[in-house]
Design a binder for this molecule. Structure first.
Ligand SMILES: NC(=O)c1ccc[n+]([C@@H]2O[C@H](COP(=O)([O-])OP(=O)(O)OC[C@H]3O[C@@H](n4cnc5c(N)ncnc54)[C@H](O)[C@@H]3O)[C@@H](O)[C@H]2O)c1
Length: 280
């Protein structure tokens, strides 16, 4: 999409972190923005900021894991702005952490419901409309965790590998259809957001908190790593540019390139996986 002005973007997980940054950047490009999140207060802050700067924004309470909520989001966006052009399927959580065999069925279902089903619902809900009018772009937030493997984060890794596959398949399906709708697969490295803090805040809840001491430690180390990462505003700008340039892959930095290359070499060499780590 070359021209974003007066067009409409729907962004899930828009209350915080990268979703918030995408919303502010796309509003700055004169897009109408539909914010979707489970955190109403956070969305209200983003909407107020956009409207205060003379932009157009609405906030729609949406749990992306719920297919009906996705339909209601689509209907609210259409009622407000008549057409949707950019859809950023970005909402996420760290998911339940711990050893694969200690995670309960509920842990797995909750994590995959948001991280994987959320993207599937988003594609099924919004893409038919984009294909119908042809002037659209889908941004799917995957992760480096969709390309490498690490211990103690099974649901997150499974979901993000699935999300990378979904983005690639969507790209192939649109090409086979001769559609001009673009796809960007956003693969952030470390970005300084609330995602790990939010998981810690859920401690004591039935799901989403560390399920064993190894998961707890993993979350602590991940939290410190994220604090060294990019600021979300940088990613907001990168996403804006990837939409304009119609770029499929968006890696936020190069720190994981060697780890991704090593994984490919291990597969081709039939060697067991080593833990993926950044080089920097
Ligand atoms: N921060 C990183 O280093 C990093 C790295 C790779 C990928 N990611 C991915 O980036 C995306 C955005 O995460 P972030 O880091 O900006 O985190 P964040 O916690 O700052 O923002 C995530 C937002 O998603 C919302 N959310 C959570 N569950 C939801 C649900 N069921 N329905 C709707 N909204 C929901 C939260 O309320 C929050 O506002 C996620 O998909 C995450 O997996 C993050």
């Amino acid at each position: 999409m070359k021209d974003l002005q007066n067009k409409t973007a729907v962004i899930t997980g828009a209350g915080s972190g990268m979703g918030r940054a995408m919303a502010l950047r796309l509003a700055k490009a004169d897009m109408n923005v539909v914010l979707a999140d489970v955190d109403d207060d956070a969305m209200a802050e983003v909407a107020t900021s956009i409207i205060g700067d003379g932009g157009q924004a609405i906030a729609v309470h949406t749990d992306v894991a719920d297919s009906t909520a996705n339909t209601e989001l689509f209907e609210a966006a259409m009622a407000a702005f008549d057409q949707i052009n950019v859809v950023a399927l970005n909402a996420g959580v760290t998911g339940s952490v711990g050893r694969t065999w200690t995670l309960s069925e509920q842990d797995w279902r909750w994590s995959l419901g948001i991280l994987l089903d959320g993207v599937i619902h988003g594609i099924r809900t919004f893409v038919p409309h984009l294909v119908d009018h042809g002037d659209g772009h889908v941004v799917i937030t995957a992760s480096i965790a969709g390309h490498i493997s690490s211990p103690f984060s099974g649901p997150y890794a499974v979901a993000k590998h699935g999300v990378v596959a979904l983005a690639e398949t969507l790209h192939h399906d649109l090409a086979a259809e001769g559609s001009s709708v673009g796809v960007t697969c956003l693969c952030p490295g470390f970005v300084n957001t609330n995602i790990v803090t939010a998981a810690r805040d859920r401690e004591g809840a039935d799901v989403g908190s560390p399920t064993d001491e190894r998961g707890d430690k993993w979350l602590e180390v991940s939290g410190r790593a994220l604090e060294t990462g990019l600021e979300p505003e940088v990613v907001g700008r990168q996403v804006h540019d990837a939409i304009i340039d119609n770029r499929f892959w968006l890696f936020t930095d190069e720190a994981w390139d060697d780890a991704i290359a090593r994984r490919s070499e291990e597969i081709i060499g039939r060697r067991p996986p080593t833990v993926g780590r950044p080089t920097r």
